[in-house]
Each structure stands twice: as C-alpha cells, then as structure tokens.
Design a protein around this ligand. Structure first.
Ligand code: FES
Length: 123
C-alpha cells in the first residue's frame, strides 16, 4: 500500500492575504501534488481542515499498518513540499512507517505535531 499525504486545503497562515483567491493550503497542496507526481510509493489527497488550524499549513502522512504522523507549521514553498514528499517516500519504504531521524529531510525537521500508532487490526 502506498503512503498517503493528506494536505489540508483550507489552511491559512497568520497574515494570509484574503484577496489572493487561494488559501495557503491550496498553494501547498499544488506544490506537494507536483512533487509527488514522480515519487515512488506516494499518493496525495486533499481534505478541508485537519483541525490544526492554528499551526497551518498541515499535512498527514499515513498508510495501513504503519505509524501515522501529522506535520504542520509549513510555508507553501517548493522546498517544504519536496521535503514532505521525500519523507513520505521514506515512510512508504519503511516497514513500520518509522523513519530514522538521520533520514529525515531537512525541511520537515521541527514540523512534527503528532504521531498515531496503527490500530491492532491494521497490520
Ligand atoms: S484549516 Fe487546515 S487544519 Fe483547519
């Protein structure tokens, strides 16, 4: 099963420009989707609000039977998007979903919010 990156498409960071016509989450989603297009074992989807609004922008990284993570406080940049996708590819390749710290891409360091162990019947 691939690792799914869920990007909140309604996230707005402090100072968001309401006249821009695009939320920060939509901007990050487009960048993550572009970066994931060529990634191995990674798929993406959008969801409106992951209930971490004050820590925008937020994403989750999850796959059945593996440790799942929420990451937040991202700016909608290509660097952040590539880091999220690179991390998700490592999550996909890791049997338990736990990626050793030394393999974390730099742009995701300091962005972990929560982790959730898999349910007993998932794996
Ligand atoms: S709007 Fe993104 S977490 Fe609520």
């Amino acid at each position: 099963m691939p690792t799914t990156i869920t990007i909140c498409d309604t996230c707005k960071r402090e100072g968001w420009d309401a006249t821009s016509g695009t939320t920060d989450g939509e901007a990050l989603a487009a960048l993550v989707e572009a970066a994931a297009a060529t990634a191995e074992g990674v798929v993406t989807r959008r969801h409106s609000c992951l209930m971490g609004c004050s820590g925008a922008c937020n994403v989750t990284v999850q796959a059945p039977g593996k440790m799942a993570y929420t990451l937040g406080r991202f700016d909608p940049t290509e660097e952040a998007a590539q880091g999220i996708v690179d991390y998700a590819a490592r999550h996909s390749a890791a049997e338990t979903g736990v990626v050793p710290f030394r393999e974390w891409p730099l742009p995701i360091k300091g962005h972990f919010v929560t982790r959730h162990p898999p349910l007993a019947d998932e794996g």
